[in-house]
Design a binder for this molecule. Structure first.
Ligand SMILES: Cc1cc2nc3c(=O)[nH]c(=O)nc-3n(C[C@H](O)[C@H](O)[C@H](O)COP(=O)(O)OP(=O)(O)OC[C@H]3O[C@@H](n4cnc5c(N)ncnc54)[C@H](O)[C@@H]3O)c2cc1C
Length: 382
């Protein structure tokens, strides 16, 4: 399988890198401190088409592939993981299920403003009682005439509380299957729907500028036309969406690894100790060499998973391998990047301090490392 980028993808990577360096990086520390994204950054991201990348042009997208979306996520994460996860959650988790499982009317009504970046979508699966065990949902939806009435709470939902948050896709139990397990259906809940309340922002260890909230549904009413895909297909559709999303999370982790390499290379050449740049000490240079190996192998892993997805081949195993490897690589590289910076690594003005706080969630979100190991072991017949 050819993992070389096409000339168009190479060109696109350069455009997003320049955007990340010129627009995002100078604002990253302030956005982290304010725990808020600068809306101008979102407007500018929309302006270069990032929110519509993997969708066809006839629904308002850019007509690129999933791999190209991951390239954008990687380049943004090289300087700011909060901005990168906002894009990943909006497109891969939020809008993608509407594209993949929605009908043409839902594409017209919901997907177009998402692809334009005028609105952002959120993905409402996790609940306070559990995320890994996605089948054990407590949120219920019952039909009342031609409306769903939804009751329940979702936890840790990204992108639901911004001014431009447009909708959340909610996984809810809508009945019982013949085997006694819950029938799960996906329902689109627009911002402002009656009975839908967006809760407080969590105080997080990292991803400070990314919006993460609890969502409460109390007798929340939406038309039955907001059902996404077949009734009862919700769990399968959410799991498929998560599988794809793992590739983008691996790309995000790769970007963080690359950011560590670049920040440390620059710092180690400048910082002097014992009369010479610290880069001359093998103990320091080897740490950066190890970071480079992690960035390189993580990139190969997500590229392969994305290439398989775009080729219509099975990709679940490769996605799990990429997500597990890249997220653990990001945590290790961020820890070492702080070490290379010495005391300054513990000071917030230096990006590696933020990278250190931002890395840990990569081993948890969109499937924990333990869940990834379960999936990989299962793929070996264990
Ligand atoms: C910042 C942030 C953003 C998020 N964004 C979203 C979002 O937009 N939408 C959304 O739906 N969710 C989102 N999540 C939720 C995230 O996907 C879950 O936190 C994650 O899936 C883990 O679920 P949990 O927190 O309930 O942990 P649990 O499932 O309770 O797991 C706790 C521990 O037990 C382990 N464990 C669980 N089951 C097993 C098992 N069978 N074998 C071995 N170990 C196991 C886990 O690996 C973990 O170490 C977000 C979370 C955070 C923190």
């Amino acid at each position: 399988m050819d993992l070389e980028l096409t000339p168009e993808q190479e060109e696109f990577r350069k455009i997003v890198r320049a955007f990340a360096e010129e627009v995002v990086a100078p604002r990253a520390e302030a956005m982290d401190r304010a725990e808020e994204l600068d809306p101008d950054v979102l407007d500018l991201m929309a302006g270069i088409g990032l929110f519509g990348l993997p969708f066809p042009e006839d629904v308002g997208g850019m007509g690129a592939d999933y791999l190209t979306l991951c390239l954008a996520v990687e380049e943004l994460a090289r300087v700011d993981s909060s901005v990168a996860i906002t894009l990943e959650a909006a497109v891969s988790l939020g809008a993608m299920p509407i594209w993949r499982f929605g009908d043409s009317e839902q594409h017209r009504r919901w997907l177009r403003p998402l692809a334009a970046g005028e609105r952002l979508a959120a993905f409402g699966l996790t609940e306070p009682g559990g995320g890994s065990d996605a089948g054990s949902l407590r949120t219920r939806a019952a039909l009342d005439g031609d409306e769903w009435v939804i009751d329940g709470t979702k936890a840790f939902i990204t992108n639901a509380g911004l001014d431009r948050s447009g909708l959340v896709t909610v996984a809810a139990v809508t009945g019982e299957r013949p085997d006694g397990r819950g029938e799960i259906t996906t329902i689109i809940v627009p911002a402002g729907a009656p009975g839908y309340r967006v809760g407080r922002k969590y105080r997080k260890v990292g991803w400070h500028a990314s919006d993460t909230r609890e969502l409460v549904f109390e007798g929340c009413r939406v038309p039955v036309a907001n059902t996404l895909g077949e009734r009862g297909s919700g769990l399968a559709n959410f799991l498929r969406t998560l599988e794809e999303g793992r590739i983008a999370v691996a790309a995000l982790a790769t970007g963080l690894c690359q950011g560590c390499v670049d920040e440390c290379t620059r710092y180690a050449r400048e910082r002097q100790a014992f009369g010479q740049p610290i880069a001359r000490f093998q103990a320091v240079a080897f740490k950066i060499a190890d970071m480079e190996v992690r960035a390189h192998t993580s990139r190969l892993a997500w590229l392969r998973a994305a290439a398989k997805l775009d080729a219509g081949q099975p990709f679940s195993r490769e996605a799990a391998i990429a997500k597990l490897h890249a997220s653990e690589a990001a945590v290790a590289s961020a820890r070492e990047a702080v070490q290379v910076h010495g005391g300054y690594g513990f000071i917030e003005e230096f990006p590696v301090a933020r990278f250190y706080r931002d890395a840990k969630i990569l081993e948890i979100g969109e499937g924990t490392s333990e869940v990834m190991r379960i999936l990989i072991a299962r793929s070996l017949g264990l």
